[in-house]
Design a protein around this ligand. Structure first.
Ligand code: GAP
Length: 516
């Protein structure tokens, strides 16, 4: 069986071969951690954005959207804390000349301990009948020792990160004898803070005011527009503002394909609530967002909550929704209780009053904020890696016995149906198939394909995740019926051409998952 590492490599090459994701400016050997979306990639990404946008705005009467500019007044980033505190601790290996994030090296060490624990549990589960994993973990001396060590290191890392203690991060790397994954050397530089914001210059202004930052999060565009939106849309608290847009971070270590990019897209929503109610709303939004992931077909076993060990400067509670990528459970979405930090900071630095008059309480206050923030590209990778399936078929119905199929939820699949004349050289069939294509193309993203044998055409559609293939054969010409093949079950049913649109619309509709 292929390892997860091999499967991940296959997913990356599948994404390129079938026009989902390309390395940016590849003819110049690419640009590290920047990617372009190809013809099927852009469709899938747009569908994911639509799913998020509708789920957040259309379904919630009290959430509205905006599209703020990427460039913002430089004071925005001073107020938000990004100029002073949006840093990652980095260090270099003097032998390999490779740069790393100190916290990630230590996290990698903790992951290795967790792997050891899981291996011990797995070994023991094979030895004993009625095996109780929790009991084993709390009594087996070796496992207990591993757990204590893992907890101690996790806590010390969290403290060092919260206190910006670069010296202790370096001590940890030395004490744990962490070596460079590339060279095996332990010849490290000191740990330094590295600001992740990209900056550029505004044409006609001199001095500090001329430094523009490419926004590292979309959230600030929402905060600075809080009063504009609240007044113009006559929103009453609690209400939310949603936004999808590009964000930029000069990541020190950019690995794992589109998981960690320097230019990426965020889908963020800030929900404004009365002070004191934020933790209730925080719990509510955790559940709402988890359901959103389940509804698209990602099972509970692939998703989990992970509380932050060290809180960002603006949060009083924070959790990640982690997804099981081929390289393990990693952050997919963040849910943060951001208090009144951002609005207060903007009020202070701009000198403008940013308060809300609550008619029910008959008082003015600065609202508290719950934020949900998901990377669109990470969601894309989650959907792609969950959908990627290699199959050996037992009942092939004349098709090849192996296939690579993207089992994407039909509502997000790039192409909804393919219309295929059974054979290419029969004009009656191609004309009929083209006629069906012309009728359906106004309702769905469809493809007409008459190249190669029908089996190969099915495989091409499987590879891009098309949920339905419609075959036009000789009988179609007399009975006005077509065969429709289901991508996942391979079941083929005959239905009248007149019922095609309704049949497909029902299956690929987003309405049902939104209602969930
Ligand atoms: N406004 C809050 C915020 O930006 P974050 O946890 O830094 O919080 C939110 O980012 C989400 O954005 C993450 O959960 C992840 O999905 C996505 N994200 C962050 N950095 C990313 C990167 N370098 N590449 C791709 N996605 C990223």
């Amino acid at each position: 069986m292929a390892s997860q590492d091999e499967i991940f490599k296959k997913i990356v090459s599948h994404a390129k071969e079938y026009g989902f994701v390309f390395p940016s400016s590849e003819i110049y050997d690419g640009l590290s951690a920047v990617y372009d979306y190809g013809p099927y990639g852009v469709e899938l990404k747009n569908n994911l954005k639509t799913y998020w946008w509708k789920a957040m705005t259309q379904v919630h009467e009290n959430i509205v959207g905006i599209d703020a500019a990427i460039f913002m007044h430089p004071k925005t980033w001073k107020a938000s804390g990004h100029v002073d505190a949006f840093n990652d601790p980095m260090l270099d290996n003097k032998d390999s000349k490779k740069r790393y994030r100190a916290d990630q090296l230590i996290e990698g060490y903790i992951e290795k301990i967790e792997d050891k624990i899981n291996k011990e549990v797995e070994k023991a589960s094979k030895r004993f009948e009625n095996f109780d994993a929790e009991m084993f973990k709390s009594t087996n001396p070796r496992v207990v020792e591993y757990q204590v060590k893992s907890k101690e290191i996790t806590q010390r890392l969290a403290n060092a990160m919260t206190n910006n203690d670069m010296v202790d991060l370096k001590s940890m790397i030395d004490e744990l004898e962490i070596a460079c994954p590339e060279s095996g050397s332990r010849n490290w530089t000191e740990v330094r803070q590295f600001n992740l914001m990209f900056s550029t210059q505004l044409g006609n202004i001199a001095g500090e005011e001329s430094i523009l930052y490419l926004r590292p999060e979309t959230a600030q565009g929402i905060f600075v527009n809080f009063l504009n939106v609240q007044k113009s849309s006559r929103m009453k608290i609690p209400f939310g503002i949603a936004q999808i847009g590009k964000a930029f971070r000069n990541e020190i270590v950019a690995r794992q394909f589109i998981f960690r990019m320097r230019e990426f897209e965020q889908m963020e929503m800030q929900f404004f609530v009365p002070p004191g109610t934020e933790l209730e709303w925080y719990e509510r939004w955790k559940q709402i967002r988890l359901k959103w992931h389940h509804a698209i077909g990602h099972p509970a076993s692939k998703l989990r909550f992970h509380d932050h060990d060290n809180l960002a400067h603006y949060a009083n509670a924070a959790v990640d929704i982690q997804f099981e990528f081929p390289f393990g459970f990693r952050e997919l979405e963040g849910i943060h209780s951001r208090t009144d930090f951002d609005l207060s900071q903007h009020a202070n630095l701009s000198g403008k009053k940013i308060t809300y008059f609550d008619p029910e309480k008959n008082e003015s206050y600065i609202p508290y904020v719950i934020e949900t923030s998901i990377g669109c590209d990470r969601m894309f990778l989650a959907a792609l890696s969950h959908a990627y399936t290699e199959e050996t078929l037992s009942d092939t119905k004349g098709e090849d016995s192996t296939r690579v199929v993207l089992k994407l939820h039909p509502a997000i699949a790039p192409v909804k149906c393919a219309i295929l004349p059974l054979v290419k050289n029969k004009e009656e069939l191609t004309t009929k198939a083209r006629q069906i294509f012309k009728e359906l193309k106004f309702s769905f993203n469809c493809q007409y394909d008459d190249k190669d044998a029908i089996g190969r055409r099915y495989r091409r559609q499987d590879a891009i995740g098309t949920p339905y293939c419609i075959t036009v054969d000789f009988e179609t010409l007399t009975d006005e019926m077509v065969t429709i093949r289901d991508r996942d079950t391979l079941e083929q049913v005959r239905i009248p051409i007149s019922g095609l649109k309704e049949y497909i619309a029902e299956k690929v509709s987003m309405d049902k998952i939104l209602a969930e």
